[in-house]
Design a protein around this ligand. Structure first.
Ligand code: 6GU
Length: 260
C-alpha cells in the first residue's frame, strides 16, 4: 500500500506514521508513506502557497497551482501519466483515488477503510487555513472525506486517522491475522471486553467462563458480550447487524430498558 500525502506539514505525517504499528509496517515494506511538501511547488520567491481570498473575508486560501504541480509530481512518481486535454489541463487520473480531507466530505467509516485497503496507491490532499482554491480540487479530487462533525485546523490528522485504519487491514501489518476481522465494527458489532492477569484484581474477578477452557462456551460468551455491549453503547449499529432471534431479543431488552 502506497500512501502519498500532499501537505504543508510533511513532518506531522512522517512522525506519526513512523511510530508504533505503522512504523513497523513501513520498516517491513508493507506500507509506504510519501509525504510531499506543497510548499516545494510554490510559484513565488517567498515559497508561499497561500493568498488572500477573492471577495474578502478572514484567513488565507491555498493556491491552485502549487497543489496542482504537487499532484503532477506524485502522478509522475507513480508513473501514471495524468490525462491532459488540448489546453494541457490535467484531468483526474482514472484509477487513482485523490482524497481531500474536509469537514464537508462523506463521514469516514470501516466500510470505506476496507474499500481503500484494496487500492495500491492513494493520494491524500491536506488543506489548511480557510481551504483550497476550488478550481484545483474540482480538477483532481475523487473523494471528499471527513472524520466527523467537528472542525480541525487542517487535514493532516484526518489523513493520519484514515491511513491508520487502512494500514491495519493490509495483510501482515497486524501479527495476528484474525484480530483485524474480529475487532469492533466487522459485523457491525463492538468487541467483547478483554481481561488479563491477575485473575482477581482488587477484589474484582475475571468472568469465570474465561478460565474454563471450554471453547464452545467461550465463543458463545464472546458473541453474547458483543451483542450486549453494542446494545448498551451503540444501539444504532444493531440495525445493520445480523443477529439470531435470541440475540435480537437480548438486544431489544437492553435498548428498551435504556429508553425508559
Ligand atoms: Cl477531514 N478536515 C478538517 N479540517 N476538519 C475536520 C475533518 C477534516 N473532519 C472532521 N473535521
Amino acid at each position: 500500500m502506497n500512501f502519498h500525502v500532499m501537505t504543508l506539514f510533511p513532518g506531522m505525517i512522517n512522525n506519526a506514521m513512523g511510530e508504533s504499528i505503522t512504523g513497523r509496517a513501513i520498516k517491513a515494506g508493507l506500507i509506504n508513506v510519501n509525504a510531499v511538501d506543497i510548499r516545494d511547488f510554490a510559484i513565488n520567491k517567498h515559497s508561499r502557497a497561500d493568498d488572500y481570498p477573492y471577495g474578502g473575508g478572514a484567513g488565507m486560501v491555498m493556491q491552485a497551482e502549487p497543489v496542482y504541480l504537487c499532484y503532477r509530481h506524485i502522478c509522475s512518481q507513480i508513473q501514471k501519466k495524468p490525462l491532459q486535454d488540448e489546453e494541457g489541463i490535467i484531468k483526474k487520473e482514472p484509477g487513482i483515488r485523490v482524497i481531500y480531507l474536509t469537514p464537508q466530505g462523506k463521514v469516514f467509516n470501516q466500510k470505506l477503510a476496507e474499500e481503500y485497503a484494496a487500492e495500491k496507491d492513494i493520494i491524500f490532499l491536506c488543506g489548511h487555513y480557510e481551504g483550497i482554491d476550488e478550481r484545483v480540487t474540482e480538477e483532481i479530487v475523487t473523494d471528499y472525506v471527513s472524520i466527523g462533525d467537528y472542525v480541525l485546523t487542517g487535514g493532516e490528522l484526518p489523513a493520519l486517522v484514515i491511513m491508520d485504519a487502512i494500514s491495519r487491514l493490509v495483510p501482515g501489518v497486524l501479527n495476528n491475522c484474525i484480530s483485524a476481522s474480529t475487532e469492533s465494527f466487522s459485523d457491525n458489532l463492538l468487541e467483547y471486553p478483554q481481561y488479563t492477569r491477575p485473575a482477581v484484581w482488587r477484589g474484582k474477578e475475571v468472568p469465570p467462563v474465561l478460565l474454563s477452557g471450554n471453547h464452545k462456551k467461550l465463543a458463545e460468551w464472546y458473541r453474547e458480550q458483543s451483542v450486549i455491549r453494542t446494545a448498551l453503547m451503540r444501539p444504532d449499529l444493531l440495525e445493520d447487524a445480523e443477529l439470531t432471534q435470541a440475540e435480537r431479543k437480548i438486544a431489544d431488552g437492553i435498548t428498551r430498558k435504556n429508553k425508559i
